[in-house]
Design a protein around this ligand. Structure first.
Ligand code: 5GP
Length: 189
């Protein structure tokens, strides 16, 4: 497997990560979004192969047995997510740099697997209260799912210092600039 660089972005749910990831991908065509596999249902507007590879639990478990994942995890109760080795390779083969958008434990697993090749970034929402407001106004979660996401966010915050860089998203423009500059410096190294 001929390996290149990897950019890993992680953040508690609701920290504004999705917007930042979109801006980053628009700014640098050399980056390619690494599509993860998952077993949750698609949300309205999500497409298979673009947002995720939406697999059945059986298919996912077969791929685990075949060692097809760099990392995988049950991110939420009964819902599996994982980074496929074939996806990273597809992007490297195209001469591009994968942008991996995953949860904190997955990000640490990739950092361990590719210590020199990876840049790990943690996007931090200003506070858990603001995070709650953002998730509520997004309106995509049930009450129990929202509570699970907030409790996970509190837990994830405690890992922030393990990453190469923490970007605090209290001002979207400032966070975008900081993110673009950090990524550009790494990709050009
Ligand atoms: P969502 O269900 O909101 O799309 O994503 C839920 C969480 O799963 C997010 O924190 C997202 O970063 C994480 N996630 C997405 N893909 C992967 C993956 O391949 N591996 C791991 N470990 N987490 C992932």
């Amino acid at each position: 497997m001929s390996e290149g660089k990897i950019i890993v972005i992680t953040a508690p749910s609701g920290s504004g990560k999705t917007t930042l990831v979109k801006r980053l991908l628009n700014a640098y065509p050399k980056l390619a979004f690494s599509v993860s596999a998952c077993t949750r249902q698609p949300r309205p507007g999500e497409a298979d192969g673009k947002d995720y590879y939406f697999y059945s639990e059986d298919r996912f478990k077969t791929l685990v047995d075949e060692s097809a994942f760099v990392e995988w995890e049950m991110v939420y109760t009964g819902k599996y997510y994982g980074t496929l080795k074939s996806e990273l390779q597809r992007i490297w083969d195209n001469g591009r740099v994968p942008l991996v958008d995953i949860d904190v434990k997955g990000a640490i697993a990739i950092q361990d697997a590719y210590p020199d090749a990876s840049l790990t970034l943690f996007i931090q929402a200003p506070s858990l209260e603001i995070l709650r407001q953002r998730l509520e106004s997004r309106g995509t979660e049930s009450v129990s799912s929202l509570e699970e996401r907030i409790s996970k966010a509190g837990f994830e915050l405690s890992f922030a210092t393990q990453f190469d860089r923490i970007i605090i998203n209290d001002n979207l423009e400032a966070a975008t600039t900081e993110l673009l500059d950090t990524v550009q410096a790494f990709v050009q190294e």
